[in-house]
Design a protein around this ligand. Sequence first.
Ligand code: AMP
Length: 181
Amino acid sequence: MIIVLFGAPGVGKGTQAALLAERKHIPHLSTGDALRRAIASQSELGIVAKKIVESGKLVSDEIVTGIVKEALSKPEFANGCILDGFPRNQSQAEALDVILQETQKEIYRVININVENEEIVNRMLKRGRKDDAEDVIRHRLEIYNNQTAPLLNYYTNSGKLTTIDGNADVEEVYERIDDIL
Ligand code: AMP
């Protein structure tokens, strides 16, 4: 069972995915976390990804698709996972469909967490990650609007999308997600 947590950067996907992992024992797969780990370990991948992630741009589809493909073939993800931060554009969504077919998995639900832009900027400034400077945040939101948000149509058409209001505290948003699952 694959659950895709969808939404702009800063809406709380990572927080909710971590809670779902802890409480429902569904493993969490975050391409952003995987990239940050690669950057910290200064692996070849990390060296390539560092500048791109820090500038708020998207790393190549090939890199992130490779991360997801490798992870989903591992035994710990045999029963599925919560995908956080992937897919982020049409080509990644199509690549995911192929990977899922190959690994005999299926998307159960795509949960779109909706939060207004100004609230997102406020939350991210508090988070204080290296790619959370205000100009980088605005750039990431623009990329989200141009490349990622159009996927909402793709998943609406497949009948798998549910949108929830993410303007609430962590536990309340968790309840809303839990109701869907
Ligand atoms: P996140 O933690 O999901 O906000 O991701 C942090 C950064 O990692 C993004 O701003 C991108 O630079 C990179 N990244 C994470 N996931 C993807 C993806 N699916 N496609 C391209 N870049 C990604």
